[in-house]
Write a protein that binds this ligand. Structure first.
Ligand code: NCD
Length: 341
C-alpha cells in the first residue's frame, strides 16, 4: 500500500528533475492567484472543473499557523472539498480518551475515501508518525511536520521561493542558523539542497543545538560542502541566503534551561543583531519558516522593515506551493517514498 499511493513523507523522496518542474508549476499557480488576465480566469475555471471530485482533510495534532492555514486556503482556491480542517486535533478528539494514533488515522482517512479522491494532511509531535499513517491509510498522507524529523512541504516552499528568486539553486551559498538539532525545516531543506551542484552550506548553531550526524553523513554522500560555525558574524560575507530558525524549547523535554543565558547567547551569536544588519549586502536574503520567537528573539522586529527580510514573502508563497503540490498529487506524479526512511 505504502508505495502505491502518492504520499508526501520525507524531502528525500524528491529528485532534482521533479523539483525543477514543481518550482515552475508553483510559479504558474502564483500567477493564477495574482493575475486578473483572461488567462488566469480561464485557468481558475479549469482547475475548479478538474478538482470538483476531490477532497482533503486536515488534522493537526500539534500547533501550527502557516502550514495549516495555507493548506486550507490552497485547497479552497482549487475548488477542493475540504471535508474537515481540525487544528489541535489532539485536544478535541478521542485521543483524550486514549485512542491510538493508528485508529484516529483510519477513521479520518475513512471519511475521505468514499466520496472522492482524497488526501489527508497531518502534523504530529512524534517522529515517524507520517510514515506510520501512510502504512495504514487508504488515501495519500501529506506530512505537515513530524516531530523534529521532517517537514517536506516547508522544504518545497523554501526551495520554490529560492527558485523564484534565482531561477537556479546550483552554486548557492546558504547559512542555516539556530536550533539545527530540533528544527525539522532545516533537515528537510538540507535534503533538497543536496540535489543541486556546488551548493555550500554553513550550519550556524550553539554546540548543543548542532545539526544531526545523519544529515552531515547524507551531505558527505552527496558531495555537498558544509561547515559548522559558532558565530553568525563569520558567515555573513560568505553567503547570500541566511535562513534563520528559532530555538525549539518545546522539544527539549525535562531538560533544565537557563532562558536568560540562552537568550544572551542567541542574541550575541545566532541572531540578526544590529551588528549583523550592518554587515549585510543589498543582495542578502533573510529567510525564516516562522514563527519568530519573541522570547529568544533570533530576529528583532525592526529587521522586518529592511529590504533583505524575505520571511513574509516566503510565508505568502506557501499557498501557491501547496496548490501545486495538491495538483501534482492528484494529476501529476509524486516521486515515491524511498524504502530506507
Ligand atoms: C516550522 C515548524 O512547524 O516546523 N514552522 C512552520 O511550519 N512554518 C518552524 C517552527 O516551528 O519553528
Amino acid at each position: 500500500m505504502l508505495y502505491q499511493l502518492p504520499h508526501v513523507i520525507n524531502a528525500r523522496q524528491f529528485d532534482r528533475n521533479w523539483l525543477l518542474g514543481f518550482a515552475e508549476e508553483v510559479k504558474s499557480m502564483d500567477l493564477v492567484l495574482n493575475s486578473t488576465t483572461w488567462w488566469a480566469d480561464r485557468r481558475r475555471d479549469e482547475l475548479a472543473e478538474q478538482f470538483k471530485r476531490h477532497s482533503i482533510g486536515i488534522a493537526f495534532f500539534e500547533k501550527s499557523t502557516r502550514t495549516f492555514i495555507s493548506f486550507e486556503t490552497a485547497a479552497r482556491n482549487l475548488g477542493i472539498d475540504v471535508k474537515f480542517a481540525l487544528p489541535s486535533f489532539e485536544a478535541i478528539s478521542s485521543v483524550v480518551k486514549g485512542e491510538s494514533f493508528e485508529h484516529s488515522i483510519r477513521i479520518l482517512a475513512g471519511n475521505l475515501k468514499p466520496w472522492a479522491r482524497g488526501a489527508l494532511i497531518i502534523r504530529h509531535p512524534l517522529e515517524g508518525s507520517a510514515l506510520t499513517a501512510a502504512k495504514i491509510s487508504p488515501v495519500p498522507i501529506i506530512n505537515g511536520g513530524d516531530g523534529a524529523r521532517q517537514h517536506p512541504t516547508q522544504a518545497l516552499l523554501d526551495f520554490s521561493y529560492l527558485f523564484k528568486l534565482y531561477g537556479c539553486i546550483d552554486g548557492l551559498k546558504i547559512a542555516l542558523v539556530g536550533d539545527l538539532k530540533h528544527g525539522r525545516t532545516i533537515r528537510s531543506l538540507a535534503y533538497l539542497l543536496a540535489k543541486f551542484k556546488d551548493v555550500e552550506i554553513f550550519f550556524v548553531s550553539p554546540e548543543e543545538f548542532s545539526v544531526g550526524q545523519d544529515i552531515k553523513d547524507y551531505l558527505v554522500r552527496h558531495q555537498v560542502r558544509y561547515h559548522e560555525v559558532r558565530d553568525i558574524h563569520e558567515i555573513v560575507a560568505k553567503t547570500t541566503v541566511i535562513y534563520m530558525t528559532r530555538i525549539q524549547l518545546e522539544r527539549m523535554g525535562d531538560q533544565e534551561i537557563d532562558l536568560d543565558q540562552l537568550k544572551g547567547q542567541i542574541q550575541q551569536f545566532f541572531s540578526i543583531s544590529p551588528s549583523v544588519v550592518q554587515m549585510l549586502r543589498q543582495d542578502h536574503v533573510i529567510m525564516h519558516p516562522m514563527p519568530i520567537d519573541q522570547k529568544t528573539c533570533e530576529i528583532p522586529t525592526a529587521v522586518d522593515l529592511i529590504p533583505q527580510a524575505h520571511y513574509f514573502l516566503q510565508a505568502d508563497y506557501g499557498v501557491p506551493v501547496r496548490m501545486a503540490l495538491l495538483h501534482e498529487m492528484f494529476f501529476g506524479k509524486i516521486p515515491t517514498v524511498p524504502e530506507d526512511i
